[in-house]
Design a binder for this molecule. Structure first.
Ligand code: FAD
Ligand code: NAG
Ligand code: NAG
Ligand code: NAG
Ligand code: NAG
Ligand code: NAG
Ligand code: NAG
Ligand code: NAG
Ligand code: NAG
Ligand code: NAG
Length: 572
């Protein structure tokens, strides 16, 4: 063979392998040569017993020749609510990630053009997972075909973790099994527990626990998933000062790993994976099929609410005094609070005192009451109620809340040491003042004692970021938008949320934030969301999912991948 031809062939071979390598470094998208064929998808469908679903955006009913104008107009009126998205295989709650690629705000002319409704960041296909075997089939298919894989449970995630352009979604919503284990025994816990499927929500579990004379740590929102992002990312709620975070209440997990293995992760089996699944960020280490979670004896709970209107100069003194009083409440076992702060009012939405009655509740709040009275302020709401169970307490204070999705969220964990420093306390009060001066901002202050002592877990027992243990309260900065905000407005709101996070970080150097209620593009995400646990979590990721079959942002290691301008997820 002549050398010139040989050289050309060698060069050609090299360039071909380069092209292949480049393609392999990116997950495939529909339209790519490597995208699975119809036959491939059909084979996956058969192997899952017909559980494969083509991704369709929720507002797809508004488009095409089969558009349903009545259903579309109903959807339009509910578009700012969380509820319509929760039962969807691929559509997610976050407007930012949903990104108006298929909205119910359409004219008849565009409604007839079905190309005006696109999946955007939503998964291309979903598997309606029922048993671990169907999840395994999906994981193996995604790994072998080089597809992006996501887990979609309720779709609540503000950070878009349950969406992914061109992905295959494992849709866990229908995995609703709940089994009571009367006497769970392990080295670290003996007592009642529930085994719950990946799709269980608190509105499913709370009534069942109640009817068994038990209660579990759950979120403030009844539709948050009990086993997905909430638990794996931390998970706070009204009972967190009594029993710890959701992660602290997790006894073991049934999982499928990126290589398709069906495993148990507990303090004694695959303990590194167990450690990571308890607070190290969701959807990044393994797919959870079910979990066994602590249940606690139910009983009496005192609750209280208090609202003070902003009617003069003393308003911000009240806010600062509240934060100081949290240092007192912090020492009362089980005491938890949720405050909603706006330009107009300070509102203690719910105080929770398990085992309390009217007298212990009023004793706990008395020093704050006295401050308020001294400032000549009369609350517009001030009442205490004692309930005989957690569910009754929950229904009284949180049952009537309508959860909307038209917000952009940022936040920070506030350490006790900040409030103990009068200058920093003033700075923080000023930051609140500046936040709510913007008319579309409301702020939540969620007061919990989740020290290792209160949570009944030894230090370092799980991957909950250490900043949680030091924190007196969690701040949520919520920027309200409209359900039909255009992309530039959503982008701007996210930048504002990051700006407030930066300001709060400046007041809490070395502190942290809650991964489930922050921004996905926080520039300090490693320190803020993971703190000192990052390196060990990166090792767990390397061991159980070295090739990032699972990818979430801001999941540990996610900076080793990036989305290109055309939406391909590629190795960076
Ligand atoms: C209205 C509202 C109220 C909220 N209230 C609270 C609250 O009171 N307390 C609190 O702590 N948080 C609260 N959150 C935040 C909430 O905890 C997070 O949004 C959480 O990620 C939701 O988890 P999910 O599984 O329900 O949602 P999804 O969006 O479906 O999933 C969230 C993440 O978890 C992953 N995931 C889900 N299931 C699995 C699984 N089986 N295996 C592996 N990965 C999985 C997903 O891939 C995704 O990355 C609230 C959020 C909203 C929108
Ligand atoms: C999967 O199979 C079921 C029934 O066998 C069918 O109804 C469904 O449309 C198929 N899904 C896809 C995406 O083709
Ligand atoms: C949303 O859409 C705009 C174009 O309309 C695009 O520039 C932007 O990157 C998209 N953002 C997300 C998060 O999908
Ligand atoms: C939309 O499609 C319907 C059904 O095909 C047709 O009757 C109607 O005239 C179309 N409307 C427009 C604005 O094109
Ligand atoms: C998903 O599967 C469940 C049974 O596990 C079934 O009841 C439900 O109808 C299925 N949903 C869809 C959209 O296919
Ligand atoms: C859920 O419970 C049903 C009925 O007890 C059982 O048949 C099924 O196998 C369970 N599914 C899982 C995933 O545990
Ligand atoms: C709220 O009500 C309680 C009990 O009725 C009372 O003791 C307390 O002073 C009131 N607080 C304020 C700030 O008025
Ligand atoms: C937190 O709660 C525990 C357990 O009730 C208690 O011992 C401790 O004093 C509380 N506060 C702090 C700052 O640890
Ligand atoms: C957000 O949604 C809620 C519920 O639909 C609505 O009341 C509120 O006005 C919306 N906010 C804005 C700014 O549109
Ligand atoms: C807090 O405010 C004081 C007085 O305005 C200022 O000097 C100081 O730099 C601020 N501290 C921080 C950490 O922002």
């Amino acid at each position: 063979m002549n050398t010139m031809l040989l050289n050309t062939l060698v060069a050609l071979a090299a360039s071909t392998s380069l092209v292949t390598a480049a393609a392999d470094a990116c997950r495939s998208l529909p339209g790519d040569a490597a995208w699975p064929s119809v036959e491939d998808w059909n084979a996956l469908n058969s192997s899952t017993g017909g559980r494969l679903i083509q991704g369709v955006p929720l507002a797809g009913i508004c488009y095409g020749v089969q558009a349903d104008s009545t259903a579309c107009s109903e959807l339009r009126s509910d578009w700012a609510l969380v509820d319509p998205f929760l039962t969807q295989p691929v559509s997610v709650v976050s407007p930012y990630f949903e990104n108006n690629t298929c909205t119910p705000y359409v004219t008849v002319a565009t409604a007839n053009d079905s190309s005006a409704c696109q999946l955007g960041n939503m998964a291309s296909y979903a598997i309606n997972v029922s048993e671990y075997e169907t999840a395994t089939a999906g994981i193996n298919f995604a790994r072998e075909k080089n597809l992006r894989l996501v887990v979609k449970n309720t779709g609540h995630d503000y950070l878009g973790g349950s969406a992914g352009k061109g992905s295959l979604a494992l849709w866990t919503h229908n995995m609703k099994n709940i089994t009571l284990i009367n006497n769970y025994k392990s080295e670290h816990y003996t007592g009642p527990a529930f085994k719950i499927g990946a799709g269980v929500q608190y509105e499913d579990l709370n009534p069942i626990a109640h009817d068994s004379g038990l209660r579990v740590v759950g979120g403030s929102c009844p539709t948050v998933g009990a086993n997905g992002g909430w638990r794996q990312g931390g998970g706070h709620g009204p009972l967190s000062s009594t029993y710890g975070l959701g992660a602290d209440n997790s006894l073991e997990f049934e999982v499928v790993t990126a290589d398709g293995k069906h495993l148990t992760a507990s303090p004694t089996e695959n303990s590194d994976l167990y450690w990571a699944l308890c607070g190290g960020g969701a959807g990044n280490y393994a797919v959870v099929i079910s979990a066994v979670v602590k249940a606690h004896k139910d009983g009496q709970i005192a609750g209280s609410r208090l609202t003070i209107n902003n009617e003069g100069n003393s308003y911000w003194t009240v806010v600062a005094e509240w934060m100081k009083h949290l240092l007192v409440l912090d020492k009362i076992p089980g005491f938890a609070t949720e405050v909603l702060l706006t330009q107009q009012s300070f509102s203690l939405v719910v105080a929770t005192l398990p085992g309390g009655d009217e007298s212990t509740m009023s004793q706990a709040l008395a020093p704050f009451y006295e401050t308020v009275a001294r400032l000549n302020i009369t609350p517009v709401v001030n009442e205490t109620k004692v309930q005989s169970t957690y569910l009754d307490h929950y229904d009284e204070y949180l049952g009537g809340v309508e959860f909307t999705r038209n917000i952009t969220i940022g936040g920070r964990l506030i350490p006790r040491s900040l409030v103990q420093d009068s200058t920093l306390l003033q700075n923080l009060t000023q930051a609140f003042k500046d936040m709510v001066a913007e008319p579309d901002i409301v702020v939540y202050l969620l007061g919990y004692n989740v020290t290792n002592a209160a949570a009944a877990v030894p230090e370092g027992f799980n991957a909950v970021t250490p900043a949680w243990r030091d924190s007196l309260f969690l701040i949520n900065v919520c920027i309200e938008g409209s359900a039909d905000d255009p992309w530039p407005k959503m982008e701007d709101d996210l930048a504002r949320a990051n700006g407030w996070q930066d300001r709060l970080r400046g007041l809490t150097p070395g502190g942290g934030a809650y991964i489930n209620e922050g921004t996905y593009d926080d520039p300090e995400w490693k320190a803020d969301y993971f703190g000192g646990t990052y390196d060990r979590l990166r090792d767990v990721k390397a061991k159980y999912d070295p090739n990032f079959v699972l990818y979430t942002r801001p999941g540990v290691g996610c900076d080793e991948y990036a989305e290109s301008a055309d939406g391909h997820l590629c190795k960076a």
